[in-house]
Design a protein around this ligand. Sequence first.
Ligand SMILES: Cc1cc2nc3c(=O)[nH]c(=O)nc-3n(C[C@H](O)[C@H](O)[C@H](O)COP(=O)(O)O)c2cc1C
Length: 164
Amino acid sequence: MLDKQRMDPAHYREAMSRYAGHVQLVTTVLGNERRGVTITAACSVSDDPATILICLNNSNARNAIFFNSGIFALNALGAHHQALADAFSGKTNLTNEERFATGTFDTLVTGAPVLTDALAAFDCRVTEIKRASTHNIIFGEVVAVHFSETKQALLYMNRDYHTL
Ligand SMILES: Cc1cc2nc3c(=O)[nH]c(=O)nc-3n(C[C@H](O)[C@H](O)[C@H](O)COP(=O)(O)O)c2cc1C
């Protein structure tokens, strides 16, 4: 057991690496600028009104578009989306347009880019943003949903991808 005095951020990350998380792509658009970020920190809040939350690093200046646009789409990734997940995590050093070229995108109601073959996609309007140290928690009301037949999901655990 490590108490608060002996636990540093590396211990916290080591413990968190034991978690299995669904890999997702969150996207937004403002004017003619689009952005997507690979995340695992997202979950359902409520089904009535349908609400989800995502957590985005606020020290990355490129994430500011998410705090200003008022809309986002959360796309649950499948086993076949590993290259896309790498692209939108910045791992493969692609330009923004090259990142979006790794998938096929459409829009539903808000105009945020929706991945056409996502396992499920939630098109959201931002209802609240709460700052929590290094991250901003963005709450979104789901205004449209899109889903495919059940397919293998892409997970992240032990610092690597897995499928389920
Ligand atoms: C599996 C995985 C999960 C991630 N989860 C999050 C997350 O929940 N929130 C977040 O802000 N960044 C998360 N990241 C990091 C972002 O994907 C990454 O910092 C960002 O895409 C960098 O984009 P940039 O190169 O355009 O700045 C995650 C990365 C990976 C590979």
